[in-house]
Design a protein. Structure first.
Length: 507
C-alpha cells in the first residue's frame, strides 16, 4: 500500500512538471482517423515510408522505453497494440520533454507514418505527439514474451477481488475480457434481430412496481417520498408484458433488468438481465420450437464459423438440433429410483429428500420439495440442451393446466450444462383460475414460504378483459452468455457484479 502511495505521488509531481512546461495534461479532444488493428492488417511496405500516408491514432501507453533522444512505446486503442517510434529531433525539443515525463497508463495522441523496423515489427514513426490524460495510478504490469512461436503471458492479474471491484483495471490489463462483453452485445443484438424479423415489438415496462410478481423470489423494497408509497424493484416483467397482450400488442419482448433479494453464487447475482417475450395464440410447444431456433441462431454471434459445440463447465456442449423434450416427473423418478406420481405426497417427498441428503426446512410445500429433488438429482446431469416439460400445478401458478394430464401444467424449462437457461408456459388465461392460484400462493406465504407469489388485483382485472391463448418465455441472458463464452461464473459476464463485503480501504 505504501509503495502504491509513493508511485502515485511521483506521478502527481510529474503532472506539476508538465503544467510548468505549458502542457495541458487533460485536453478536450483528439481526432483519430485510424485503429491499430486496421493499420497493422492493411500495412504495406513502402520504399520510402516517410512519403507514405499519415495516420492519427489515440490510446493508452502499455509499454515504454526511452534512451537519450529516442523512445519506443506501445499504444493500446482498445483494438490492439501498435508500436511507436519517437525521435526528439522530429517531434521537437519541448514535446520530447513531455515524452520524458510519460508513464505506463497515460493516454496520448500521435500522428505519423507506418514502417517496419529491422526486427520486423510494424511501427508508427511519430511526427507529432500530445498528452491526452495523465494517469495518476500505475496499472498492474502484464508482460508478454514469444517462446517457441507461442505468446506467453507473465504476471497475469488473477486477483478476482481486484478484477470484479475494479473492472476498469481488468479491462485494461486482460484484453480477453473485452471480447467477452463484445460477444455479449453481439448475442443480444442477434436475438433482437431474430425477434424483430418475426414481428415482435420491443417494449419497456416499469422497474419500480407497486406489487411485485411474475416469479418466486423475494424483492428489494424502496420508498417513493412524493407519493409516500412503498415500491418494489421488479423481480420479473411478466405480468406487465401480458397486460400488453390483453391490450392487443400480440408479440412483445423486453430485455429487462430484474432484481431479486437472494443469495450470490456462480449463477446468481441480485441484479441480472432477462429476455422475456410473449406471443398471442401460441402455446408452449410453439415456444419450444422458437427458443431452439433462436438460441442456435444466437450461437452464431459467439462462433461465426458455425461451430455449435461450446466448452463450458468441463463439458463439450452440442447445441445442434433437435433438443430432447422430457417430463420433469419422469426425470426425477429415473434419478431417485422410484416413481413420482400425482397428487404430490408431501411426507413421501420429504423422506425422499432426506434419503438423498437434501435439507428439509419447516414450511416447505410439496412443490418446493419436488423442486429441491430436481435441482439436486436431475439438473446437474442435463448437459446438452434439454427441454424439461410438464411441471406440477403447485409449482407453476402462472402456467395453463395441461390439456391431457391432470395435475400438471404446460410449462418447460430449458436446461443446458446443468443450469436453467429458460422458463416458459402456455400462459394461464382463465382469470378465475388465476385468482384461485394466487390465493393458493398467498396461503403458502401464510405458511412461511417468503417466495410465494402475491395477489395482483390489477393483473386479474386485465385478464378479465380477455387474455388470448398465449405462449411466454423468459431467458437468462447472463447464463446464456456464460455458456457461449465459456465463463464459469456469472460475475465474469456482468461488468459490475455485486460482491460480498465492503470495499477494501484504498489510498
Amino acid at each position: 500500500m505504501e509503495e502504491g502511495h509513493q508511485l502515485r505521488q511521483v506521478r502527481i509531481e510529474k503532472l506539476e512538471q508538465l503544467r510548468q512546461l505549458g502542457v495541458e495534461p487533460y485536453p478536450y479532444a483528439f481526432e483519430s482517423d485510424s485503429r491499430t488493428s486496421e493499420l497493422i492488417g492493411k500495412f504495406e511496405d513502402f520504399q520510402e515510408p516517410d512519403k507514405g500516408p499519415r495516420h492519427r491514432i489515440a490510446g493508452r501507453i502499455r509499454s515504454f522505453r526511452g534512451k537519450g533522444k529516442v523512445a519506443f512505446a506501445h499504444i493500446d486503442d482498445g483494438y490492439g497494440l501498435l508500436q511507436l517510434y519517437v525521435r526528439k529531433e522530429e517531434v521537437g525539443e519541448d514535446p520530447y520533454k513531455m515524452v520524458k515525463l510519460l508513464d505506463l497508463g497515460d493516454f496520448i495522441g500521435v500522428e505519423g507514418h507506418m514502417f517496419r523496423t529491422r526486427t520486423g515489427e510494424i511501427t508508427l514513426h511519430v511526427k507529432s505527439i500530445v498528452l491526452l490524460a495523465k494517469s495518476l495510478r500505475p496499472l498492474p504490469v502484464v508482460k508478454e514474451k514469444v517462446v517457441d512461436g507461442e505468446k506467453v503471458v507473465f504476471d497475469e492479474v488473477h486477483d478476482k477481488e481486484l478484477r470484479y471491484r475494479q473492472r476498469y483495471v481488468d479491462l485494461v490489463v486482460n484484453p480477453e475480457v473485452k471480447q467477452v462483453f463484445r460477444t455479449r452485445a453481439a448475442v443480444i443484438d442477434r436475438i433482437r434481430r431474430f425477434l424483430n424479423d418475426r414481428e415482435y415489438l420491443e417494449v419497456e415496462t416499469p422497474v419500480l412496481q407497486p406489487i411485485y410478481g411474475g416469479a418466486a423470489a423475494r424483492p428489494f423494497t424502496t420508498h417513493h417520498n412524493a407519493l409516500d408509497r412503498k415500491l418494489y424493484l421488479r423481480i420479473s416483467n411478466e405480468l406487465y408484458l401480458k397486460r400488453l397482450i390483453v391490450g392487443g400488442l400480440n408479440r412483445v419482448y423486453e430485455f429487462s433488468k430484474d432484481f431479486r433479494n437472494e443469495g450470490i453464487d456462480r449463477t446468481h447475482n441480485p441484479e441480472f438481465t432477462m429476455l422475456e417475450f410473449y406471443q398471442a395464440y401460441a402455446d408452449y410447444h410453439e415456444m419450444m420450437d422458437l427458443v431452439e431456433d433462436m438460441l442456435v441462431d444466437a450461437a452464431a454471434a459467439a462462433a461465426p464459423g458455425g461451430n455449435l459445440v461450446f466448452g463450458w463447465r468441463g463439458h463439450d456442449i452440442d447445441l445442434a438440433k433437435p433438443w430432447p423434450r422430457r417430463s420433469m416427473l419422469e426425470l426425477i423418478g429415473e434419478r431417485a429410483g422410484e416413481e413420482i406420481s400425482l397428487p404430490l405426497d408431501k411426507p413421501r417427498l420429504a423422506a425422499l429428500c432426506k434419503k438423498h441428503g437434501i435439507e428439509v426446512e419447516p414450511g416447505m410445500s410439496a412443490g418446493k420439495l419436488l423442486d429441491e429433488l430436481f435441482g439436486e438429482l436431475v439438473e446437474p446431469h442435463l448437459i446438452n440442451p434439454t427441454f424439461v416439460t410438464d411441471y406440477p400445478l403447485e409449482t407453476s401458478p402462472l402456467a395453463k393446466r395441461h390439456r391431457s394430464k391432470p395435475g400438471l401444467t404446460e410449462r418447460f424449462e430449458l436446461i443446458i450444462g446443468g443450469a436453467e437457461i429458460a422458463n416458459a408456459f402456455s400462459e394461464l388465461n382463465d382469470p378465475l383460475d388465476q385468482r384461485g392460484r394466487f390465493e393458493a400462493q398467498m396461503q403458502l406465504r401464510d405458511e412461511g414460504d417468503e417466495e410465494a407469489q402475491v395477489l395482483d388485483d390489477d393483473y386479474l382485472r386485465a385478464m378479465e378483459y380477455g387474455l388470448p391463448p398465449t405462449g411466454g418465455v423468459g431467458i437468462g441472458i447472463d447464463r446464456l452468455v456464460m455458456l457461449l463464452t465459456g465463463m464459469e461464473t456469472i460475475k465474469d459476464v456482468i461488468l459490475f457484479p455485486q460482491l460480498r463485503g465492503p470495499l477494501k480501504k484504498d489510498v
